[in-house]
Structure formats: C-alpha cells, structure tokens
Design a protein around this ligand. Sequence first.
Ligand code: B12
Ligand code: SF4
Ligand code: SF4
Length: 249
Amino acid sequence: MVGVANIERWNKPPFLPWMPEEFYPQSIYPEAKSVIVIGLPIPLPVLETSPSIYYRELYNTVNSLLDQYTYRLANFLTDRGHPSIFVPRDGYGNIQVLLENPIAFFSHRHAALLTGLGTFGVNNMILTPEYGPRVRFGSILSTAELSSDPMLETELCTRCMRCVNMCPSNALNEKDYPSGLTDKKVCSSYSAELNKRFISPCGICIKVCPIGNDRVLYDRDKDALYIDKDLFPHHKAWKHVRSYGGKNP
Ligand code: B12
Ligand code: SF4
Ligand code: SF4
C-alpha cells in the first residue's frame, strides 16, 4: 500500500487530542513538503499462530523490508533532485525503553491516517480496507511537492469489541481512539514477558479484528474460528507451531 499527504495536513488535526508539534514531519525535517507512507501486509495464517516464533520471524522480516523499501525510495527521490529521508518503522531501543517512555519520535499511524490508507479502530491501530489492522507502516519525509491522496471518509471499525474482549492483558477499553488509549504499560509488560521467551510481539488485537478483505481471501471469516476448537482443525496447527522455537513459561 502507498499513500501520500502534504505536510499541511498535520496542522489541521482531524481529532483532538492531537500530538505535540515537535512530532510533525516538518518539525523533524524542516525542508519536508510531503510524507509518503508504505504499508506491508501481515499474512493472517501466520499471525494466527501468535504468540509464536513464526509470527516473531514474520514481524522481523516485514520490519526489515519496510526499512529497506523506505530507505531505497528516499534515496531514489534524493538522486533525482528531491532530498528525502526514511523514518524507521519503529524507532526505539528495546521493550525496556518503552516501559519507561512508550512513545516514538514520529507516528506512522497518524501518517497512515493522513495519507488516506485507513482509519483508527478501538484497538488503537489503523484499519485498512485491504488488510484491516494487519499491515505495518514505514514513512518517507520528502522535499518533493506531491499531490495528496484523499483521506478515507468512513470509519472502518464496527465497534464489535473483539479486540477488547480477546486482549490477554486487558490493555484495551471500549472507547474510540484517542479517548480510549491502549494501556501502554500493560501491553508493553506483556510483550516484555513474551520477549523473554522469544515469542513477542503479541498482536491478538490485530489477529481477531473482522475488518479487511484478507479475511475473505484466506477464508477466515467465520465468527467461531478462534473459539471453537472442535470445529476448526486450525487450533491443532497453531498448537503445533507454538510448541517449537520459543521457551516455555
Ligand atoms: C510505542 C509503540 C508501541 C507501544 C505502545 C502502543 C501504543 N498504542 O501507543 C507497545 C509496545 C505497547 C506497542 C504495541 C503494539 N504495536 Co506498536 N508501536 C509503537 C511505535 C513504535 C510508536 C507509537 C507512538 O509513539 N506513536 C506516537 C504518538 C503520537 O501516538 P499516541 O501515543 O497514540 O498519541 C496520542 C495521545 O497520547 C495524545 N497525546 C496527548 N498528550 C500527548 C503528549 C505526547 C508527548 C504525545 C506523544 C502524545 C500525546 O496524542 C495522540 C492522540 O492522537 C509505533 C511505530 C511508530 N514509530 O509509529 C508502533 C506501531 C504503532 N505498533 C504497531 C503494532 C502493529 C503493534 C502491536 C499490534 C504489536 C504487534 N506488532 O503485533 C501492538 C498493539 C497495541 C495496541 N493495541 O495499541 C504498528 C501499527 C500498525 C497499524 N496497522 O496501525 C506500528 C505503527 C508499527 C509499524 N511500523 O507499523 N506499540
Ligand atoms: S476488533 Fe472490532 S472493535 Fe476492535 S478494531 Fe476491529 S472492528 Fe473495531
Ligand atoms: S498486543 Fe496483545 S496485549 Fe497488547 S493490546 Fe493487543 S492484544 Fe492486548
């Protein structure tokens, strides 16, 4: 997925509270005129094994591709006379740092919203029509004056509350973003525990979300899929994958 937004969009917050100005692209790179966001999908059948080494490996693969694509696209634009820089897909040292200060210097979710790729869900993630929240983002800050993509006009979240009910650490609440923010300390602590066992991140709140054409594509649109162990052979497959490659609690 690719979306483009003029930096002026950061000056006109679509909701409040918005982020402080020092997080705006033009604050981080004063010459920036446009932001390009790319999104790469998280294939659902792999995410469904989470927490597992399988999802962890996928997460690392997608992260490294995001950084490579945004780095290369930024240099491509720079070589053609439009200086541009990539922003790493995450931007923090390790999970211990996030436990103390769970914020990065630039928000890809807000950038994805402003470039028209999706809208915020109750799970605090950006939901997209194509992959629901199962997409990871990377951004490029560019001096090129590019035309903006339209923002999505309808909210994609149906407020079904599956994410809230299935979060293993009760880190989510029923309120919409940004009035109902994730309990970042609780989610980060859970992630830190999984990390010790080499099976972080968690990602249940993006796995269970019903939004996204990928669910139909993978034939994963039955409501009982994650609950009924007898009806779906998938549970046996997930148990098998989870039994290898990570440490037991
Ligand atoms: C820190 C972080 C975490 C932390 C905190 C999560 C959170 N909800 O903020 C932890 C470790 C818990 C986490 C977990 C997860 N994460 Co994470 N995470 C990030 C990271 C690195 C930075 C987020 C950030 O700081 N945003 C900036 C601020 C502005 O956003 P905010 O906190 O929501 O700000 C609001 C309020 O705080 C308010 N506000 C009021 N006063 C103030 C004052 C200040 C100083 C600030 C900053 C804000 C503020 O302003 C904002 C309101 O609009 C981003 C990557 C990135 N660099 O963007 C990935 C990212 C958000 N994570 C992602 C994902 C997928 C996950 C997980 C599903 C794990 C996984 N990979 O399987 C879980 C989901 C947790 C959840 N449901 O919220 C994806 C989201 C993709 C998507 N489709 O939206 C991202 C974008 C990574 C990526 N490159 O794709 N994550
Ligand atoms: S699981 Fe339901 S409530 Fe949560 S983000 Fe998706 S659609 Fe919204
Ligand atoms: S990543 Fe896991 S612990 Fe964190 S909010 Fe999502 S479901 Fe809850």
